[in-house]
Design a protein around this ligand. Structure first.
Ligand code: ADP
Ligand code: MG
Length: 700
């Protein structure tokens, strides 16, 4: 190891190894296959570069990104180390030339992209090289269960069997669960390999989850306070990247943007401007970051929840590579869950992989609802145990007393027992709230003894509490797009043995009941005025100020929670409810989590209408925006519902017709529409009939 230390000093100029590096290098030098899992910025490259320098022959490095390859080779050359790369950017002649040079021993390291291995000719060329070590960077790409599977990585196994003498196989990644690590070792045939997992905890990073923030406002405040620091803001969709970018630009920040919809040139420029600090902030999609070596990124803000913990930890890992304190903030809104589910459904993945993605997504959602140490949650996820909290994350720093919520938890658990573990979170919340929602009544859940047991909370608060109980392993959600809540042993212990449930209360539910949200209140007032003008009546006739105030505090999300607001009766709800609910929803998700414009082009027409609808637009507004008939929009939504999307059909059909239609259905059957239509009054159209039939059959 003395030699290794010397190389570290002379070639790289570093006085000491970082945590984990020494063991990994010693293992490789001893000729043992080695799998090293170290965090982003942990210094993995040196772990194979130093053994490469100490071995005879040329070490083959397989790396997924062409741009990164060139940087690495340039950096090595700068350190006085002979290295080169071969990828699709070279002419055939250059390739042969470099191979010749490699044969003659001109290089210590040769970087190649995995796609090269698809060429038979190239494989044969490689067989002629003396290769003592093969290093597979970003090795999680070989595993289907990893977060960035690349089929071309699978050719590595073929290469290994074809080399004249077996090199020492080494693999590196920042993000592998135990399952993925085992898969990597298996696929690379690394029997009896040493496995190292080094210090996943990044002590200089403080992790924060912020729930229920007005994201835009939060960003602006944050940037103002951290004016002199550089940081990355990640958003889930291109559209949102563009929106946030524009907002910050308009406010005069030096800001760049990066996403896959921009040309390679534009991306390159943005990246450089950020690295050279011409731009202080970069707003980016998850396409940004691989190979960003900028060491003084002071914060990484996630404007949306990312798709899984691997992706998240890799992205926040880009903060504070220099070891200085840096902040990682995740702005979580429940809408983010929908976006990610939507992206999974949209993807071309096989069913089994989709299920896996849902499972990973759930661990991410749990992270967002966690009330205990965030760092520990991540370490657990990667299979590294941690006994104590980090003391540095938003949960560890949350000094609020834990409250005994055993009684509420018991109510939730027993409600889940009563519904025989057959329903999702929103249904359980509705039952506990005592909602008169059609589905609740249809399934006669209002007859349950647990019906209305938590009526003092809003449905949203109940849902949140259930999410917390999921995150804390009392409950579990089945996989898939519409998960069902089930009890875990921890909940049984609470029900059967009276174990206590202690929790810090979630921010939303502790919000003071009198704290009026001014901007929201003003928006509600504006809407009230518009409606009043249409009807030519004074605004206060519609709703009193106090009613609007209460709406801004309670933020009802559906009919039953709206009816709980003082001053909203059935009649007024019928007349105005939809308008106010829409506005409230728009306000809750200040920006809409729509899919990329690009993606939308390929999306079926009815689903485009559906996207707009779940983002709070009325049928009329959608018809207007898309320049299609209202009836077409309705048909679109019904089609989406038939395909399994969650569409609130009640918002589309006149409830008074429902009974009439069902009566005729009982009489004439539901097989054919025409007889039904003819037997019903003219004003009941086909759409309404179809929608009612659909509702009648649909079971959550
Ligand atoms: P990873 O691939 O694990 O994300 P890199 O290999 O790119 O990380 O290393 C990240 C940064 O840390 C690089 O700038 C590298 O030069 C630096 N580095 C690596 N090892 C050491 C060390 N022992 N001492 C100081 N800096 C180091
Ligand atoms: Mg690396």
């Amino acid at each position: 190891m003395e030699k290794a230390r010397q190389v570290l000093k002379t070639h790289f100029g570093y006085p000491a190894f970082r945590q984990g590096q020494e063991e990994v290098i010693a293992s490789i030098n001893a000729g043992v296959d080695t799998l090293a899992i170290m965090p982003t910025g942990g210094g993995k490259s040196i772990c194979y570069q130093i053994p490469a320098l100490l071995a005879d022959g040329v070490t083959l490095v397989i790396s997924p990104l062409i741009s990164l390859m060139k940087d690495q080779v340039d950096a090595l050359t700068n350190h006085g180390i002979a290295a080169t790369y071969i990828n699709s950017s070279l002419q055939e002649e250059e390739v042969r030339d470099r191979i010749e040079q490699a044969k003659m021993g001109s290089y210590k390291l040769l970087y190649i992209a995995p796609e090269r291995l698809e060429s038979e000719r190239f494989m044969r060329l490689l067989q002629t090289l003396p290769i003592p070590i093969i290093a597979i960077d970003e090795a999680h790409c070989i595993s289907q269960w990893g977060h960035d599977f690349r089929p071309s990585y699978r050719h590595i196994s073929a290469l290994l069997t074809r080399l004249p003498s077996r090199p020492v196989i080494t693999a590196f990644t920042a993000t592998a669960t135990n399952e993925v690590a085992a898969d990597i070792a298996n696929l690379l045939n690394m029997t009896e390999a040493n496995q190292f997992k080094a210090g996943f905890a990044r002590e200089n990073l403080s992790l924060h989850v912020l729930r229920g923030e007005n994201k835009m406002k939060f960003l602006l405040d944050y940037l103002q306070k951290n004016e002199n620091d550089g940081g990355i803001i990640y958003a889930a969709t291109r559209k949102e990247v563009d929106q946030v970018y524009q907002l910050l630009k308009d406010k005069g920040y030096s800001v760049g943007r990066y996403h896959a919809g921009l040309s390679a040139d534009e991306r390159q420029r943005s990246q450089e401007r950020f690295i050279y600090e011409e731009d202080q902030v970069i707003v980016a999609s998850n396409a940004f970051g691989m190979g960003i070596d900028k060491s003084n990124v002071r914060y990484v803000i996630h404007y949306n929840m990312p798709k899984n913990i691997e992706a998240y930890y890799q992205e926040v890992g880009r903060a504070g590579r220099d070891g200085e304190p840096s902040e990682c903030l995740l702005l979580f809104g429940p809408k983010d869950i929908q976006t990610q589910k939507f992206l999974i459904e949209q993807s071309q993945l096989e069913e089994s992989r989709k299920q896996k993605e849902y499972e990973k997504l759930q661990a991410m959602i749990d992270y967002c609802y966690k009330t205990e140490c965030l760092q520990s949650h991540i370490l657990d996820y990667f299979g590294e145990s941690s006994d104590k909290g980090c003391g540095n994350c938003s949960n560890c720093k949350d000094n609020r007393e834990r409250v005994d919520i055993t009684i509420d938890a018991q109510k939730i658990f027993s409600c889940i027992v009563r519904v025989k573990e057959r329903f999702g979170i929103s249904m359980i919340a509705q039952v506990l709230k005592g909602s008169k929602n059609k589905k609740v009544l249809q399934f006669q859940l209002d007859q349950l003894p647990t019906y209305g047991l938590l009526k003092n909370y809003t449905e949203k608060e109940i849902s949140q509490l259930i999410h917390v109980l999921v995150a804390e392993n009392y409950l579990m959600l089945t996989q898939g797009q519409f998960p069902v809540v089930k009890l875990l042993p921890r909940a049984i212990a609470v029900l059967k043995h009276g174990e206590k449930v202690l929790q810090k209360v979630q921010p939303q539910s502790t919000r003071s009941a009198t704290e009026v949200d001014r901007p929201l209140f003003n928006a509600l007032r504006k809407l009230r005025k518009e409606l009043a003008q249409q009807e030519n009546i004074p605004p206060y006739i519609i709703f009193a100020d106090s009613t609007l105030n209460e709406m801004s505090v309670k933020r009802p999300t559906d009919e039953s929670s709206m009816l709980n607001v003082k001053g909203v009766g059935e009649a007024k709800f019928k007349k105005y409810g939809v308008h106010f609910l829409q506005l409230l929803q728009q306000f809750t998700d200040h920006t809409t989590d729509e899919v990329d414009v690009q993606q939308k082009k390929e999306r079926a027409s009815h689903l485009i209408s559906f996207d707009l609808f779940i983002n709070g637009r009325t049928v009329e507004a959608i018809a207007d925006e898309r320049n299609i008939a209202v009836t077409t929009v309705k048909e679109h939504l019904l089609k989406s519902a038939l395909e399994g999307e969650k569409v609130d059909l009640d918002a589309l059909i006149e409830t008074k017709y429902e009974a009439q239609i069902l009566e005729k259905v009982a009489e004439l059957g539901a097989e054919r529409l025409k007889p039904l239509k003819e037997a019903l009054p003219d004003e009941i159209d086909y759409f309404t009939i179809k929608a009612v039939l659909y509702k009648r059959e649909s079971v959550q």
